[in-house]
Design a protein around this ligand. Structure first.
Ligand code: PLP
Length: 365
């Protein structure tokens, strides 16, 4: 007996929806989901394996529900005077965002975001029964303090969520906008900083705004800069009371002993784990420069990917690259495609393929 989804007594608000996810196609060069394509250094991998091996010996017991060693490691990595009590972690920052919406959103409540942005923000809202409100950005995908404050005044959301640098555009967000948004509401403000490590190193992040702002939450992930996407480790920094709120909604023992052991060991080598970041930002800048020379219009980016316009037929370019074993991302933004910066060789293969496909519409010669 084969039952279809429509035959099941599913929640009315989920009826007709399709699951999120970029196609998981395994091809020669995968530059579609902003992973760090550099493998982790072998000495670090060996340390992680040893840490996992030790954890296995006590795997008959439930894990440390408070993941104390992990929070210590994350606090030390973040700096900014943060301690264990300011930090919370989950299985990817997607789960972090889900727990925040479970605790501060939910049925009858709303969350305000600024598309085009990370599509999981609205999907997690939907899954938690939180009403998603989309506000407009300014030109060039920017958000001025006035734009943010006006949207908050108009919609009075229970949560405001920013993404900085923004996925899929790469656009940075000023601290002035975040501070103004915070002052314009007495509710929760989230800054999703999944790509913070790829921003210029002299630029402050929203972590510097945390002191005195107990409703501000900065979420981070080990998936991107840390080359740890498969381990599923996201985290946040905030006032200790925020973690107390999330303890009310998290599943008990949500972070497995193996996840904790792997992440603690990786954090002990954060310098080596982050050594590829400079190489990745170099490849990103090369993509921007070369695509510009080819007549495309890449947007300024502070992350590990590039959104570029001037693509007449994004679907055709996507397919032509795929035929050569290169996968990038078509996000349905008219005239645009997004590509993640890979290793030097992967990036070269992508740029060579783009050059072969021909020129974009200008403005160069
Ligand atoms: C990739 C990404 C995440 C993260 O995901 P994990 O669940 O930590 O792997 C979060 N936010 C944005 C904007 C992202 O692009």
């Amino acid at each position: 007996m084969v039952t279809s989804l429509n035959d099941l007594p599913i929640r009315d608000d989920l009826r007709g929806k399709s699951p999120y996810g970029a196609p998981q196609k395994h091809v020669r060069i995968e530059l579609n989901v902003n992973e760090n394509t550099h493998p982790i250094p072998e000495p670090v991998a060996r340390d992680i394996i040893e840490s996992l091996a030790r954890a296995i010996l006590t795997i008959n017991r439930y894990p440390d529900r408070e993941f104390t060693a992990l929070r210590d490691g994350l606090a030390e990595y973040l700096g900014h005077g943060l301690t264990r009590s300011n930090v919370w972690a989950a299985n990817g920052s997607n789960e972090i965002l889900q727990q925040i919406m479970q605790a501060f959103g939910g049925p009858g409540r709303s969350i305000l975001g600024f598309p085009p942005t990370y599509s999981m923000h609205s999907i997690i809202a939907s899954g938690t029964g939180t009403t998603w409100i989309a506000a407009d950005r300014d030109d060039n995908f920017e958000i001025s303090p006035e734009t943010a404050v006006d949207a908050i005044a108009q919609h009075r959301p229970d949560i405001v969520i920013f993404c900085s640098p923004n996925n899929p555009t790469g656009t940075p967000l000023s601290l002035e906008t975040i501070a103004a948004a915070y002052d314009a509401t007495d509710k929760i403000v989230i800054v999703d900083e999944a790509y913070a490590e790829f921003a210029p190193k002299d630029q402050p992040t929203a972590l510097s705004l945390l002191p005195g702002r107990e409703r501000l939450i900065v979420s981070r992930t080990m998936s991107k800069a840390f080359a740890f996407a498969g381990a599923r480790l996201g985290y946040l920094a905030a006032d200790p009371a925020v973690a107390d709120a999330l303890r009310l909604v998290r599943l008990p023992y949500h972070l497995s002993s193996l996840t904790q052991a792997a992440a603690v060991a990786a954090l002990e080598h954060s310098e080596q784990m982050l050594a590829m970041v400079d190489d990745i930002t170099e490849q990103r800048d090369r993509i921007v420069a070369t695509l510009t020379d080819l007549g495309y219009s890449p947007w300024p980016t502070w992350s590990n990917f590039v959104l570029f316009g001037g693509v007449d037929e994004p679907g055709a370019v996507f397919e032509a690259l795929l035929a050569q074993g290169i996968i990038i991302r078509d996000l349905g933004i008219p005239g645009h495609l997004r590509v993640s910066a890979g290793t030097r060789a992967e990036t070269t293969a992508f740029l060579d393929a783009m050059a072969q496909l021909g020129r974009g519409p200008g403005p160069s010669q």
